[in-house]
Structure formats: C-alpha cells, structure tokens
Design a protein around this ligand. Structure first.
Ligand code: AVI
Length: 324
C-alpha cells in the first residue's frame, strides 16, 4: 500500500471514530435523564486535570492505594517470577505501575492501554527510558470495546492484569461484571487480576473527595463541555452549568452531574438540546463497595478474591483475583 493510500485510510478511520463518538454523545444528551460517558473526560486537558485531582488533599484514593501497593506489591511481584506480562487497561500516566515494574523480574513486558494517545505515548516513552529491560507495548484503545493485545517479542509465562484507581467503581454493576470478565479472559486461566476498589465510608469523607475546595474536580467535570465545544462544534456556555457531586446512599455511589443554571438550548452536530433550569447531565458514577459486595461482584464475573490488601483505616482495597 502506498503512503498516500495509508494516510487516506487513516484519516477515514479517524473520521469514523469521531462519528461514533458523536453518536454516543448525542444518544446521551437526548436521553432522559441526560448523561455522558466518563470516558469523555480524558482529552489532553482532562487527563492533566485528573492527575491534579490525584494530588488533592481531599482525594485520599490515590495516596492510600499507592501506600498499599508500595507495602504489599514488591514481594508479591517477585514471587510471580520472570516472564510476566503485565496488562493495564486505562493506564493513564502509569504512575502506580512503576511500583510493580520496579519489582518485576526479567524477561518481562508491559501492555499499557489508554484512550488518550498523547498521554499514552508520553507515558510509554518515559517508561521505556526508565525500564529498558522491560518490553513496553502501548495500545491506544477504548478498553470498554474489544481491542488486540500485541504479541511483542518477550514470551509470556504468566499474566497479571492491573486495574488500579477504583476505576471499576465508575461502571454500573452489569458493566463492572462484564469488564471483570473481559479482564479475566485477558489474564487467562492461570493469570491473576489486581484491582483497586474504594471502600464504603462516611459520606462526609466521600463528598469532600469529589467536591474539593480548590475546585479542580469541578474544572475536570466542566472540561467535558469545553471538549464538546472545541472537538465536536457544540456551543455550551460553560458559565451556565455547575458541578454537583452528592453521595447517593441507596446506590452506594457518588454521582457527578453538570447542572444547568437556567433554561437554555445548546447545539451539537446539527441537533438542538433543550435544558430546563436545574436539569442535569449525569457525567459519572463512583460506586463504593464493602468487602462482601466486591467479592459478590467478582464471583459474578467468574473470579474468586484470593487476597485483599487494605490500609489500616480500611479506606481503600486492592483485591487479588483469580479465575474460579
Ligand atoms: C477514574 N476514577 C476512578 C475517578 C473516581 O474517583 O471515580 C474519577 C474521578 N472523578 C472525579 N474525581 C475522580
């Protein structure tokens, strides 16, 4: 195939991907209640804002999980031995993965999968420089859709799927079960999953984590509308929406919303979207589990919890799972 043909088909593929995203956006904005998938948060600015959230004093999740991993993961990783293929769906900046990579025995490979190409490539480049002995295999993909794992050149004796950060909590129960089942398949019969899951706790602590004093989470939420404006030609007035993130006890989750502060009409992709004063776009759910609930979730996906690592206050858990 000539370089020109390749360039043309790449452009078409990108255009089709853009059409599919616009269809998903319109389906959400014309639904009742209105919603947008949280994967749309992560454009370049969204990924940077998310990294800033992880540093916030109120956002205990990242700090706590990092401390748990630093304490427990090195001996666990060493025990897995050489020839390990580490796979991380939604790898972002791969910050916590370094704790695992530091303890991996060579030969080894790391497959990082992320939707944000610029973020993924920057992370892969930094990791290649830091871990020249590990084969780094970046995959730019939406991990909620089927994707291919590259073979690489390093033979894999065993597989570990790493899904930290409590991202599992961003999916509704059925989706979470399907996702865990997909990761079980990625790990294979003898593989393992290491999944970070935030635990149920006082609503005061939870609401503070998603309504930080510096307003970074609000900017992260509102950036979604900015992205729709510059990438999809929408005309959202960012001053006419506010961030809300209440704890909803019956559903055991924080719900993130963008609430319209007046009656208004917004245009996107040739479609008019009407908003009532106070009407919201539901942008994210952050489910919190207790140990029993999480183990029931895992079982539905054909997985057993074989170990749970937590901090002393039991704020956060790292769950080690294996095929039943
Ligand atoms: C990515 N995910 C685990 C974060 C969470 O806590 O559910 C996303 C987030 N949304 C607002 N703050 C952080």
């Amino acid at each position: 195939m000539s370089p020109n043909r390749a360039a043309v088909s790449f452009t078409r593929a990108a255009a089709h991907a853009g059409d599919r995203l616009l269809d998903e956006i319109l389906a959400g904005l014309t639904a009742q209640p209105k919603f947008l998938y949280p994967k749309f948060f992560y454009d370049e600015r969204g990924s940077i804002l998310f990294d800033a959230i992880c540093e916030l004093p109120e956002y205990y999740l990242t700090r706590t999980e990092t401390a748990i991993l630093s304490e427990r993961a090195p001996s666990f990783m060493r025990a897995l031995g050489p020839g390990l293929r580490l796979i991380e769906p939604g790898s972002g900046s791969s910050a916590k993965t370094r704790i695992l990579l530091d303890a991996m025995q060579t030969p080894a490979s790391y497959v990082c999968v992320d939707i944000s190409r610029s973020h993924l490539m920057a992370a892969a480049q930094a990791l290649t420089a830091r871990y020249p002995q590990v084969e780094i295999l970046p995959v730019c993909a939406d991990f909620t859709q089927p994707f291919e794992i590259p073979e690489g050149t390093t033979p894999a004796q065993s597989r570990l799927v790493f899904f930290p950060g409590s991202t599992i909590g961003n999916f509704d129960r059925d989706e979470a079960v399907a996702l865990l089942a997909m990761m079980r398949d990625l790990a294979g019969m003898d593989g393992r999953l290491l999944v970070g899951a935030d635990l149920r706790k006082s609503p005061r602590i939870l609401e503070a984590a998603y309504n930080d004093a510096a307003g970074v989470t609000a900017s992260f939420n509102l950036n979604l509308l900015a992205r729709l404006n510059h990438e999809f030609g929408a005309d959202f007035d960012l001053d006419a929406f506010v961030h809300r993130a209440p704890w909803v006890e019956e559903e055991s989750r924080i719900e993130m919303h963008l609430v319209s502060t007046r009656r208004q009409t917004v245009h996107i992709g040739g479609t008019e979207i009407g908003f009532e004063d106070g009407e919201s776009i539901w942008t994210e759910s952050c489910h919190k589990y207790d140990r029993v609930q999480f183990s029931a979730l895992a079982r539905e996906a054909g997985l057993d919890v074989i170990d749970v690592w937590t901090d002393r206050e039991e704020r956060f858990s790292v769950q080690l799972l294996a095929t039943i």
